[in-house]
Design a protein around this ligand. Structure first.
Ligand SMILES: [Zn+2]
Length: 133
């Protein structure tokens, strides 16, 4: 058994908000955002339309202090393959797995992807709104 991830010594995680992902004004998925009231860290879960999932606190995905939740948009893909929940750093290179399972390098600058075929946005900037991708 792996170690159970705790964001802090006193986790109090509650649901915060959702960000809807739209294509041509139709919602195709969403990102659910949860936050710890104690340490203020947030946790995100990707939801594709029609696929139900239940998150428990133990299953919260780990995020490091120097990372932010973001959605990476692939300009060359369509539908559900067009977006993916990720974690971005202020700068550097992220290893990104494409739909056809290739690992490519994407450059990050100020928590954004800088690339001809990919773009990104931060989840925290769009809480309780819809984003057209
Ligand atoms: Zn916490």
């Amino acid at each position: 058994m792996g170690e159970i991830y705790k964001c802090c010594n006193n986790p109090q995680i509650t649901y915060l908000a959702a960000v809807n992902i739209n294509i041509s004004e139709k919602t195709i998925g969403s990102v659910d955002v949860w936050r710890c009231a104690f340490c203020k860290k947030s946790f995100c879960e990707e939801k594709q339309l029609g696929i139900e999932s239940i998150t428990d606190i133990v299953g919260m995905p780990r995020i490091e202090d120097d990372e932010k939740w973001a959605v990476i948009v692939s300009k060359t893909q369509k539908g559900k393959d067009k977006w993916k929940l990720s974690k971005l750093k202020k700068s550097g290179i992220i290893k990104f797995e494409t739909v056809d399972e290739k690992i490519i390098d994407l450059k990050m600058d100020d928590y954004k992807i800088v690339d001809d075929f990919h773009s990104s946005f931060l989840v925290e900037d769009y809480l309780n709104t819809s984003v057209e991708i």
